[in-house]
Write a protein that binds this ligand. Structure first.
Ligand code: GDP
Ligand code: MG
Length: 375
């Protein structure tokens, strides 16, 4: 049986055959492009290109998506489930008032003792109403929502669809409805700008019937709230309705299991290193927890809440900013917690290496085994 030669290997590794020959020469193996190579030589070369013959040690535990899903499933069976705050995304047509609403919410319903009411920008924040919390994702718009979903992150429980009462249903209104529907996320309609002279909320409600959003008063099951994000009128009613919808959905989580979460935003801070804003979804994240996020790893060093306060732990639906990672993760990356730092580190390193390999060679992951399979 003819073994593989430098040309064959070049193809598999996406390298020029001449480079393979040169590499082998550096390793002390004299060959030409056509000469067939023995197993030891191929193994030597493979190692040189970062392909290991041992089956990856952390095959299963480096599958973060799988670990995340397992914890998510486990929570559904758990007897320790408790109510958790709903996670809300605000969507709607440009200029209909998404940012104004988010700003208003950010500055109201924040109790006095919470850092003077100043909410930090950490990708999400919580609003309190009658001792209950609601988590708002801070990036309105459809791109953020789609990006999260495209990466398999479904962190939004409820969509608040903002429609300006003086403008009515517009293209991005319809787009938002489509997004929410395909994600099977319930919509609450906030008919905004009711303070404006030209406001016609009833017209908006009529228009939306075409898209299956029918108010309860008219025999449907969609919650509509007429608000002014500018004056604050009925904004508390909107919060009340979000909580009502959350109750109907029976949103729960188990704060006792291992924490899982999703990155909302991440960046490199000059002084503090990699910083990730994330939403804890199940379990309780604690200072010191060994973690892997996407292709990064570390220990939770400093954890800060949306009020700029340092916290020692974060329960489900809580947004926090953390430091302590070796690198900057991406938004929508998943977080899982490991028992010890050593494991987290090797899993993280393994994942980073895999990602780099994929990126560099732009080939499907090649193992030595499937190298040999082709022999
Ligand atoms: P976004 O593009 O959806 O984020 O819309 P913005 O929040 O930036 O609002 C667009 C414009 O509408 C701004 O000039 C706001 O001040 C104004 N606006 C937003 N909400 C209201 C409202 O309830 N009443 C009035 N009169 N103006 C509003
Ligand atoms: Mg805006």
């Amino acid at each position: 049986e003819e073994g593989m030669n430098a040309q064959d290997l070049g193809k598999i590794l996406h390298r020029e055959p001449a480079e393979i020959v040169k590499k082998l020469f550096m390793l002390g193996v004299m060959t030409n492009q056509n000469q067939s190579l023995d197993k030891d030589t191929i193994e030597l070369l493979a190692a040189e290109y970062g392909i290991e013959s041992e089956e990856k040690v952390h095959e299963d535990i480096s599958d973060i998506d799988n670990l995340y899903t397992k914890e998510m499933e486990a929570s559904k069976e758990s007897k320790n489930q408790v109510k958790r705050p709903p996670v809300v995304t605000i969507m709607g047509h440009v200029d209909h008032g998404k940012t104004t609403l988010l700003d208003r919410l950010r500055h109201t319903n924040v109790s006095e003792h919470e850092a003077g009411g100043i909410t930090q920008s950490i990708g999400a924040y919580q609003v309190r109403l009658d001792d209950r919390l609601i988590t708002f994702l801070d990036t309105p718009g459809h791109a953020a929502f789609s990006n999260m979903r495209a990466r398999g992150a479904e962190i939004t429980d409820i969509v608040v669809l903002v429609v300006a009462a003086d403008d009515g249903v517009m293209p991005q209104t319809i787009e938002a409805i489509d997004h929410a529907k395909s994600a099977q996320v319930p919509i609450i309609v906030a008919v905004n700008k009711i303070d404006k002279p030209g406001a016609n909320p009833d017209h908006v409600m009529e228009q939306l019937m075409k898209y299956g959003l029918v108010p309860e008063d008219w025999g449907g099951d969609t919650i509509f709230v007429k608000i002014s994000a500018k004056t604050g009128e009925n904004v508390d009613d909107l919060l009340q309705m979000i909580l009502l919808q959350a109750d109907v959905m029976e949103l729960q989580a188990d704060p006792q299991q291992k924490a899982i979460g999703t990155v909302v935003e991440a960046r490199l801070d000059k002084g503090r290193g990699p910083v990730a804003d994330l939403l804890v979804q199940q379990g309780t994240l604690k200072i010191g927890d060994p973690i892997v996020i996407g292709d990064t790893y570390g220990r939770v060093r400093v954890m800060t809440n949306d009020k700029g306060r340092r916290v020692k732990k974060a329960t489900p639906s809580t947004p926090v900013e953390i430091t302590g990672l070796n690198d900057v993760p991406s938004s929508a990356d998943k977080l899982v917690v490991f028992d010890d730092e050593k494991t987290a580190r090797s899993v993280g390193e393994q994942r980073a290496k895999n990602a780099l390999e994929k990126q560099r060679e732009n080939v499907q992951h090649v193992t030595l085994d499937n190298l040999f399979d082709t022999m």
